[in-house]
Design a protein around this ligand. Sequence first.
Ligand SMILES: *Cc1c(COP(=O)(O)O)cnc(C)c1O
Length: 454
Amino acid sequence: MSDTIKYLLPETEIPKDWYNIVADLPEPPPPVLHPGTHEPVGPDDLAPLFPMSLIMQEVSTERYLEIPGPVREIYRQWRPSPLYRARRLEKVLDTPAKIFYKYEGVSPTGSHKPNTAVAQAFYNKEAGVKRIATETGAGQWGCSLAFAGAIFGISVEVYMVKVSFQQKPYRKAMMESFGASCIASPSDSTEFGKSYLAKNPDSTGSLGIAISEAVEVAATNDDVKYALGSVLNHVLMHQTIVGIEALKQMEMAGEYPDVVVGCTGGGSNFAGLVFPFIGEQLRGGSKIRALAVEPAACPSLTRGKYAYDFGDTGNMTPLTKMHTLGSTFVPPGFHAGGLRYHGMAPLISHLKELNLIEASAYHQNACFEAGVTFGRAEGILPAPEANHAVKGAIEEALRCKREGKSETILFNLCGHGHFDMQAYSEYFSGKLEDRNYDEQELAMALAGLPSVAV
Ligand SMILES: *Cc1c(COP(=O)(O)O)cnc(C)c1O
């Protein structure tokens, strides 16, 4: 048989726990510091922004955290998600490698983001929160939190990076359909947005700027909390449901991956797939290579500095140690909007320092080419972000071909690209530019890193 194979788990196999990799790490991650005092932050420092239940997950060292019943009930709508063996792609590439992909595009908003949006909305609802402010890059997170807000009766206010707001008007319409509001960032509805616009009237925005706006709204309004769709420990943990399912599905397929690949913006879909496999390895199981793929135009893991930095441009968030391009760095406006973040999840950065993961970077045309090759073989058109994972997986499959190895490759197809057809059109008409980040701007942003005596 040479056609694509689907591995489906029954609903009763939806995982009952999320996995917390901190419990298995050889060294704990560095502490999160207060932006003013540079002392480690305590749970109370974060209380204006998040409900206490999520803060306790953020600092937890327990290996497993139980998924609440109501969250599992909502997950049933699209979970367990399918795992496929891409046999038609293997044939096109003429590779001895076995290629598997976990498909998260089956969620209501078309990506992995609802896995954490539903959980975060649930805990906010439990804490009596009525309004949540957030930011979004490509619009995937804004749509996912809007969906979760609609289910739990929470109103959602989304600051969307201006360049994506203009490129993807349908994302805004989707957020509004779910009852959320969507504002182009930088905006004049926050103090930070106003001051930024005064200095940079033509700004196309960045995730760092949009985060500052959303955090400001939460910090200055008692009845508003803040939510983040990536980067934080609890977000990465919610996404591990992807890898826990994939472990069981690989067992169904009778294979174990040698290489696990994901794209990295803030790191959540990559962590979601690879952490459960790295956990197995850390507890004495088989070793894997975990490969993070990022855009060459915003290369935090491959070119950033491992240092304490702010999560936002307005310097309102605590300081975390991560691979960063500097919180004032504004990446060029390429099409994988979900990968345009100046930093990387502190947990992913820590794993990189421990040599538990590898990273590589590619330009967007090469990634779209990989996505189109994949789409023609498998019939699913990936999101521009996911094209980076596809590119990484194809490169590994071609390496196996050169080396004559029949390794098993697993990657996260974290979302479909149906809202991104404009980007595909531009790719086909040769209008996509492979831009490098501005070396000078990067040097300036890195020179501006806060000095922390650790
Ligand atoms: C948001 C998003 C990303 C980037 O975020 P991560 O936290 O790195 O996963 C990647 N792909 C898709 C489809 C997204 O929606």
